[in-house]
Design a protein around this ligand. Structure first.
Ligand code: COA
Ligand code: AMP
Length: 638
């Protein structure tokens, strides 16, 4: 049996022994009573009774271990033409001072702090400072609109919001401060205090009653030490999309998260302390939380915080410049980013123009990675490319090629094998386990390993309903897939109404709610359709209110603008069609999967219960007029 198989077997047979050993990588101030606390299923907890602090382990412990002068955080910002770096000692001192600011503002253990910031050093410092005093951070991605931020503020009920005057996207300044003000006006429970980072080139006039200037208050603050928290205390809430329009607040702990991340840094990603790791993700997503902020620092690695794009800042060679300049050993990127780079530099001229010899492995995740892109990267970078699979709820990879343990012969197109602690099964809709090569829903036998979602914020019932009820004893991933004969896992796509746009997870239901609220729209269906660059993009099919005489193109343009305004530019809804009726079953269920298949040029399975078969033809015709499916693809009907 290979080393990977042995580790995986042991993790399932003896989770207490396996994760107990892994926990020795960290500093504990109080030993835990039990590794796996299964006293309250299905709410499993790890390291109950233990006392520690993840910020201490990520920052202070590294200084104490003699890494104080090693680089911890590299900020690289091609958009602003600036860059800087902090050593572990400098990071500790800055985090301690900002933690002092939070403490002085009355933020205490268990209080929430919403962070709405661009990719800047101060954002990472803010997250770590919250952890330092036991406060719970909730980072909201900058590409969301004011209403989405307001919904998260109302759910998390923060004591304070930390934001910035602005962020920079290619060609435009994102007015974070205006978005913040709008969202506070919309929120039912706006916090009384905000701390605002003034970006030097674009400061704003602060509200003297409400706002503090990030740098001003931090400069004068007395540092705060790390407080001891329970291993099971919440570290953060990270909102993600599900089937309904309402975002789900995934809650994660200090102890289990620190153990799993620190283990994965060595065994999954194959890094040694002192090396440079770069997860090219925004801190607003789980990848940013786990592998831009906590994972690398917990392992004593330097992490790169990149405020730029894969292309256009200034060109498709930007990633390779960062690798060369900072000596990146392992890069983690979204397939969309690599598709964008390949699209603009197909001959890899810009790769050859740089010295990328420090780079050992490229990891991809977040969305489906097409085999052509994976092979292009492998060929032109001359290194191992690992496609791995996980999600906001799990916090670290469920399935991968664990190069730090053993390089498995993963076939292209697979996402590797289950990682330790993940007992992954494929079930059909009746809950029967499927043999190799038969597809079904991918589930994980409970308990999830350390770092798995504890619950949804303030909604234990929603947690059980969303993930645990459908297949008792298992966690639903929401993805469909199959194992091949060699035990490698393959992903087919989501089983729910989630659309994955450029690696960003969005709810089609949420977009549909916004579209349907347009006064001229009677009904709408939003589906994810294939896109060469972003993997998937949303598309809407509308039925106009009876008697509307408005110009159809005008209404679609308004709907597109409304989604951008209410959900945010990241939703990337760009097109739609108008029909006289949506295809439905006789019981009134909209046949979204038929619409999706029509737009993708796939076989369309029309159920016998369809109310009006002509509705399918009408949608097909309307889609054809906007170039769906793309040339060459024709939707076959069954
Ligand atoms: N703040 C504000 N707006 C943001 C934002 C942020 N942090 N991030 C993205 N947006 C905006 C963009 O400006 C864009 O607005 P626009 O419609 O006015 O142009 C919109 O949201 C869509 O952004 P994006 O998804 O970045 O698409 P793009 O067409 O601008 O760029 C790529 C294409 C390929 C460069 C880009 O999609 C990309 O870098 N993809 C990789 C994403 C990634 O790393 N995902 C992993 C998450 S784990
Ligand atoms: P998020 O929670 O935003 O990280 O999105 C997680 C979802 O992205 C998963 O449930 C999958 O649907 C998808 N996903 C993540 N990684 C992969 C991958 N390597 N291949 C295919 N889909 C992926």
């Amino acid at each position: 049996m290979g080393r990977y198989s042995e580790l995986h077997r042991r993790s399932l047979e003896d989770p207490g022994g396996f994760w107990g050993e892994a926990s020795e990588r960290l500093d504990w101030w109080r030993p835990f009573d039990t590794v796996l606390d299964d006293s309250r299923p299905p709410f499993y907890r790890w390291f109950t009774g233990g006392g520690l602090n993840i910020c201490h382990n990520a920052v202070d412990r590294q200084v104490e271990a003699g890494r104080g002068e090693h680089t911890a955080l590299i900020h690289d910002s091609p958009i602003t033409g600036s860059g800087s770096s902090l050593t572990f000692r400098e990071l500790r001192d800055l985090v301690a001072r900002f933690a002092g600011v939070l403490r002085d503002e009355g933020v205490a253990r268990g209080d929430r702090v919403v962070v709405y910031m661009p990719m800047v050093t101060e954002a990472v410092v803010t997250m770590l400072a919250c952890a330092r005093i036991g406060a719970i951070h909730s980072v909201v991605f900058g590409g969301f609109a004011a209403a989405e931020l307001a919904a998260r503020i109302d759910d998390a009920e923060p004591k304070l919001v930390v934001s910035a005057s602005c962020g920079y996207e290619p060609g435009r300044v994102v007015d974070y401060y205006a978005l913040l003000n709008r969202s506070l006006a919309l929120a039912d429970t706006p916090p009384p205090r905000c701390v605002i980072l003034q970006r030097t080139a674009d400061p704003v006039e602060l509200d003297p009653q409400r706002d503090l200037d990030w740098h001003e208050v931090t400069a004068g603050a007395a540092p705060a030490d790390c407080v001891e928290v329970e291993a099971t205390d919440p570290l953060y809430i990270l909102y993600t999309s599900g089937t309904t329009g309402r975002p789900k607040g995934v809650v994660r702990d200090h102890g289990g998260y620190a153990v799993a991340l620190s283990w994965s840094m060595e065994y999954v990603y194959g890094l040694a302390p002192g090396e440079v790791y770069w997860a090219a993700s925004d801190i607003g997503w789980v990848v940013g939380h786990s592998y831009t902020v906590y994972g690398p620092l917990l392992h004593g690695c330097a992490t790169v915080l990149y405020e730029g794009k894969p292309v256009g800042t200034p060109d498709a060679g930007a990633f390779w410049r960062v690798v060369e300049e900072h000596g990146v050993a392992v890069l983690f990127a979204a397939p969309t980013a690599l598709r964008a780079i390949r699209g603009q530099d197909p001959d890899a001229r810009l790769i050859r123009a740089r010295d990328t010899s420090t780079l050992r492995t490229l990891f991809v995740a977040g969305e489906r990675c097409d085999v052509d892109t994976l092979r292009w990267c492998r060929e032109h970078l001359g290194l191992a490319v690992v496609n791995h699979w996980w999600q906001t709820e799990t916090g670290w990879p469920m399935s991968a090629n664990p190069v730090g343990v053993e390089s498995l012969a993963v076939p292209d197109g697979s996402i590797g094998r289950p990682m330790p602690g993940y007992d992954i099964r494929i079930l059909d809709t009746h809950g029967a386990e499927q043999p190799p090569r038969s597809s079904g829903e991918i589930v994980v036998r409970l308990p999830l390993p350390p770092a798995g979602c504890l619950t949804l914020w303030g909604d234990d019932e929603g947690f059980v309903n969303s993930y645990l009820e459908r297949y008792p004893g298992f966690y639903r991933t929401g993805d469909a897939g199959f194992f091949d004969d060699e035990g490698y896992l393959h992903i087919l796509g989501r089983v729910d109404d989630v659309v994955n746009v450029a690696g960003h997870r969005l709810s089609t239901g949420g977009i549909e709610n916004v579209v349907s609220a347009h006064p001229d729209v009677a009904e709408a269906a939003v589906v994810g359709v294939p896109d060469d660059l972003k993997g998937e993009v949303p598309l809407c099919v509308l039925v106009l209110q009876a008697g509307t005489t408005r110009d159809v193109d005008r209404v679609i343009a308004e709907v597109v603008a409304k989604v951008r305004e209410e959900i945010g530019p990241v939703a990337a809804l760009k097109s739609g069609v108008v029909v006289s009726g949506l295809p439905k079953t006789r019981s009134g269920k909209v046949l979204r999967s038929c619409i999706r298949s029509l737009a993708a040029g796939e076989q369309v399975t029309v159920p016998p219960t369809i109310e009006d078969p002509d509705a399918i033809d009408e949608v097909a015709e309307a889609l054809r007029r906007i170039g769906r499916p793309p040339a060459g693809g024709t939707a076959a009907r069954r």
